[in-house]
Design a protein. Structure first.
Length: 207
């Protein structure tokens, strides 16, 4: 069963970015660099404007999700003393860093708590959607799900992505487990890819 992704709250995200952007500092983060949630002085929210950014789990570096669309990160980290996740720039990224205290004051002053709730609900539902895909699932359906996700990436991006790395980074499955699924798929012409595991092409995936 293919589960649809939660609907992204674009209007809420846009409202938060427009409200907080005047109070933040423009920053540039180079590709592959981690982004800290706080400095010695204070915690921050991040308004993501351009590039590609990922959220990874602190304990093992498992990639929980990525986006190239404008987004807002950090509300959970402001309210929780624990730091379960970190951000990583996948490409050169443009962000606005906003002091958390200032951000919360403006959210209240501009009556934007509903937008924050919508964004937080989206993040929760995204994690539930991810867990449904991989927790207590057999390996083939998990691999099939991420093959479909990879196949839906823009063509230029897809051609630069290694299939094994893409699936392993997002699921924690071993290299051999993934190969045990995709090798027969290629042999039986369900999928095709170039040498090195690039340029995935899905012909048809078995049910």
């Amino acid at each position: 069963m293919v589960m649809s992704r939660p609907k992204r709250p674009d209007v809420a995200i846009d409202k938060i970015i427009r409200a907080l952007r005047p109070f933040g500092e423009n920053i540039h983060i180079p590709a592959r660099k981690r982004i800290g949630w706080r400095t010695q002085e204070s915690a921050h929210l991040f308004l993501f404007l351009r590039g590609e950014i990922s959220v990874l789990r602190v304990t093992d570096g498992l990639l929980l999700g990525s986006t190239t669309q404008p987004h807002v990160f950090g509300f959970t980290e402001v309210f929780s003393p624990m730091r379960y996740n970190f951000l990583r720039a996948e490409t050169d990224c443009a962000l606005v860093r906003v002091d958390a205290a200032t951000a919360l004051f403006e959210i209240g002053r501009q009556e934007l708590w509903r937008a924050v709730a919508e964004l937080s609900t989206y993040h929760t539902n995204t994690m539930v959607h991810r867990d449904i895909r991989i927790v207590n699932q057999r390996t083939p359906p998990v691999v099939h799900s991420y093959l479909r996700e990879l196949d839906n990436l823009p063509e230029v991006k897809k051609n630069q992505v290694n299939i094994l790395h893409y699936i392993q980074e997002r699921t924690g499955l071993s290299r051999s487990s993934i190969l045990n699924v995709i090798t027969p798929l290629k042999k039986n012409n369900f999928i095709d890819y170039e040498r090195g595991g690039y340029q995935l092409k899905i012909n048809r995936l078995p049910d």
